[in-house]
Design a protein. Structure first.
Length: 287
């Protein structure tokens, strides 16, 4: 989901149909009348760039996620039954992306031993693709990790930083200035949002002159964190509970996508108990 910064029309990447017969479609929702139309891509100019360090199709390593649908298998953890999905890590070559000051920033996995990556690609595209390997302390797992992929991230602090989140659910800060080609970067874990949880989307917004982070996730309502608390948080390097920065949990569940909608609202894609999807505009002043 993306919102055009000028027209505020909403664009959704969807699948029409299921399985091998499913077709990808880009649709536009008009801000004024709510009409939904396909966006034709025939004869649209485009640019492309190759990710040369993607995991190979026969790479046997697996990426484990917490699916939102019926895919996957049930796993018994103590008295809890959770659903997991095991997929080849090639499917997580790209997990999220954002445009930042003339650069496309891409999170995902690579074919290297330390597979977690942030890639920087100048736009307009060229062959100058640089990447940094990532290491984080995972509080729920109680260890340092270099293979866990970022699930979702958002630029913040005027583009000087990146806030990223991972499955089970650390929130980690990376200074953009530290993203040096070919160098392993150690992130600063600033929050832990709980085990058996997966972040789905993140967005930052301004409220009364201060910046805040919203995290949509599978286990809790919408989580709100003050970025000023993130700035002052020492790195978490030991398992402990509760952990990290203070946070508020809003009674807003089922949210899978977030996007800024002008300066005063956040757009949320929300599923109800019957699986129907709704677009909701949330006033930032009331969050």
């Amino acid at each position: 989901m993306a919102v055009h910064p000028v027209s505020h029309n909403v664009y959704l990447s969807v699948q029409r149909g299921q399985g091998d017969a499913g077709l990808p479609v880009l649709v536009r929702i008009d801000r004024l009348d709510g009409s939904v139309t396909d966006v034709p891509l025939d004869h649209v100019p485009f640019a492309e760039v190759a990710i040369t360090d993607a995991p190979a199709p026969d790479d046997e390593r697996l990426d484990i996620t917490l699916p939102q649908g019926s895919e996957g298998e049930d796993l018994q953890v103590g008295e809890r039954t959770i659903r997991i999905l095991r997929q080849p890590i090639r499917t997580s070559t790209v997990t999220d992306m954002a445009y930042l000051d003339g650069t496309l920033v891409i999170a995902g996995l690579s074919n290297e031993e330390f597979s977690s990556k942030l890639r920087l690609i100048p736009f307009p595209f060229s062959d100058q693709v640089s990447s940094s390997s990532l290491e984080i302390f995972h509080v729920s797992h109680g260890k340092w990790e270099t293979a866990a992929p970022i699930r979702t991230f958002v630029p913040y602090d005027g583009g000087r930083g990146i806030l990223a989140s991972y499955t089970c659910t650390p929130v980690v800060h990376f200074p953009v200035a530290d993203l040096t080609p070919g160098v392993k970067i150690v992130g600063r874990t600033v929050a832990e949002l709980g085990a058996v949880n997966q972040p789905l989307d993140m967005v930052s917004f301004d409220q009364d002159g201060a910046e805040y982070l919203l995290v949509a996730n599978t286990a809790h309502g919408l989580v709100k964190i003050a970025c000023s608390d993130i700035d002052g948080q020492p790195p978490l390097t030991e398992p402990r509970e509760p952990v990290g920065v203070p946070r508020e949990t809003k009674d807003l569940r089922g949210i899978t996508r977030l996007a800024n909608l002008g300066g005063s609202h956040v757009l949320a894609l929300q599923s109800d108990d019957e699986g129907r999807k709704h677009l909701r505009s949330l006033k930032t002043a009331s969050l």
